[in-house]
Design a protein around this ligand. Structure first.
Ligand SMILES: NC(=O)c1ccc[n+]([C@@H]2O[C@H](COP(=O)([O-])OP(=O)(O)OC[C@H]3O[C@@H](n4cnc5c(N)ncnc54)[C@H](O)[C@@H]3O)[C@@H](O)[C@H]2O)c1
Length: 442
């Protein structure tokens, strides 16, 4: 019997969430489930002096937006969004024009263009809060003999990376990153991760330290036994506070206004800056949640691409839905364990309750470029470098690169064997391991 994609997705969501909820009290999922025969109570024992012990309940986390009655606004925001259109600016500098935030988007690929469309519409929606023009840095290239910046500014369409979608005309393509970012109070970084250090180095000292940045990059920076999320890389080079946005966001679907959610992970105590970015992105069909966990949101976005390579191997092997669900379950546990082991303050809820966590994992393992290329890897025997060129039309494949970086980091720390899925994905991708052996490696 064939399951439809939606029922399969629902089944997998429920399976993974139920499994996770079951596992959380026991710490190590793999060792304790399903072999545990006597389930332990989830709640702490109540003190005896309490005559009528009540079961512990979690605080309600869902909320509704203040400015749009009835609209569901997020998964885990600690309180209602409070940015008022008239309040004193939270961060400002002498060059701020008419006390409005100026936005710049650094990147213009598939996701960069989709998100520019949303940001362009929202700054027009809140003219009291934002300057209308939004610069978008475009890495210049020729398309049909014309510069891509010229095409975008005349046709209001990124014909190479997001064809068929009209960009608002307040989005201005600029081929010089320093000019694009000039005077910006809000900087959105949305480039494949390999270009970030070079781009940020060009911007060093040219961006106000009072600005706020947001990283949409799905990847990690690894140097030997050190690992960093790109929000930290950007913050260190530019000196301005940087948060992260990630979620179940296949760019073409978001660009067509098909409903999706996303998550902003913000720094401790910096909810107010996150709320400004909430205003930049939240729309009726693109709902933005917020959680105080920059590392968790960033790591979900990076590590789920490694799991998606494993899911793509399953598809290439035609192993079916159960196998893919198993890869996703194991993958989610490795993502969470990896993040908690190597980063401080990561929250389990980011993995289980936000769009950046479980939802992005599901969408990436069913759609997305990493799954697609991994399926082709098994079916054609071609390398990921070749498949990236053949299948992605200039887009970058992040999952295989992240698999390599994560493996190198784990090897440097002597921890490879604690993450059998990550190890197997690397082995099959780069060491000539046989894809058919995937299950036996887990
Ligand atoms: N596409 C999606 O569905 C999606 C969704 C969420 C997040 N993301 C993440 O967003 C980030 C950007 O992805 P994307 O889809 O916008 O990009 P992309 O892979 O579609 O496009 C590649 C981009 O890199 C630029 N580029 C190429 N060479 C360059 C160089 N030498 N220097 C600087 N730029 C260069 C190209 O001009 C193009 O804009 C990635 O980290 C990705 O994982 C993507």
């Amino acid at each position: 019997m064939r399951l439809s994609t939606s029922s399969l997705t629902l089944y997998l969501t429920l399976f993974v969430l139920l499994a996770f909820v079951h596992a959380l009290p026991y710490g190590n999922f793999w060792n304790n489930w399903p072999s545990t025969t006597t389930p332990q109570p989830v709640t702490q024992p109540q003190p005896q002096s309490q005559p009528n012990p009540q079961p512990q309940t979690k605080p309600t986390r869902k909320f509704r937006c203040g400015d749009e009655p009835g609209s569901y606004c997020g998964i885990y925001p600690p309180k209602q969004t409070t940015v008022s259109l008239t309040q004193k600016r939270l961060f400002s500098h002498s060059k701020m024009v008419a006390n409005k935030y100026k936005l710049a988007i650094i990147g213009s690929g598939n996701w960069g263009s989709a998100i520019a469309r949303i940001a362009g519409m929202n700054v027009q929606r809140y003219p009291e809060l934002f300057e209308e023009q939004v610069n978008m840095y475009v890495y210049e290239e020729q398309v049909d003999g014309k510069p891509l910046t010229e095409i975008i500014n005349k046709q209001h369409e990124n014909v190479k990376y997001l064809p068929g979608i009209t960009l608002p005309d307040n989005i201005v393509a600029v081929n010089d990153v320093v000019k694009a970012a000039s005077g910006a109070d809000l900087l959105i970084f949305v480039l494949p991760h390999q270009f970030i250090p070079g781009i940020c180095t060009q911007l060093r000292g040219k961006v106000s330290k009072n600005a706020r940045a947001l990283s949409m990059i799905k990847g990690v920076e690894v140097k030997d036994s050190n690992i960093r999320i790109f929000a930290d890389v950007i913050e260190e080079i530019l000196g301005c506070k940087t948060m992260a946005l990630s979620g179940a966001n296949i760019a073409n679907e978001v660009a067509q206004d098909k409903f999706s959610e996303t998550t902003i992970g913000y720094r401790e105590g910096d909810l107010e800056s996150a709320e400004i970015f909430h205003k930049v992105f939240d729309r009726p069909t693109f709902k933005v949640g917020m959680i105080e966990d920059v590392a968790g949101v960033s790591l979900c976005g990076a590590l789920k691409n490694v799991v998606a390579i494993g899911a793509g191997f399953c598809d290439g092997l035609e192993w079916g839905s159960n196998a893919k669900a198993a890869i996703m379950r194991i993958g989610l546990m490795e993502m969470k364990n990896f993040s908690e082991e190597f980063f401080e303050g990561v929250k389990a809820e980011t993995f289980t309750e936000t769009s950046a966590g479980i939802a992005d994992l599901i969408t990436t393992c069913f759609g997305g470029r990493n799954r697609k290329c991994a399926e082709a890897f098994v079916k054609t025997g071609k390398s990921f470098d070749v498949l990236e060129k053949e299948l992605l039309n200039g887009q970058k494949l992040q999952g295989s690169e992240t698999a390599r970086e994560v493996y190198q980091f784990l090897a440097a720390r002597g921890k490879v064997d604690d993450f059998p899925l990550f190890k197997a994905v690397y082995n099959i991708s780069f060491e000539g391991g046989v894809a058919q052996d995937l299950a036996s490696k887990l």
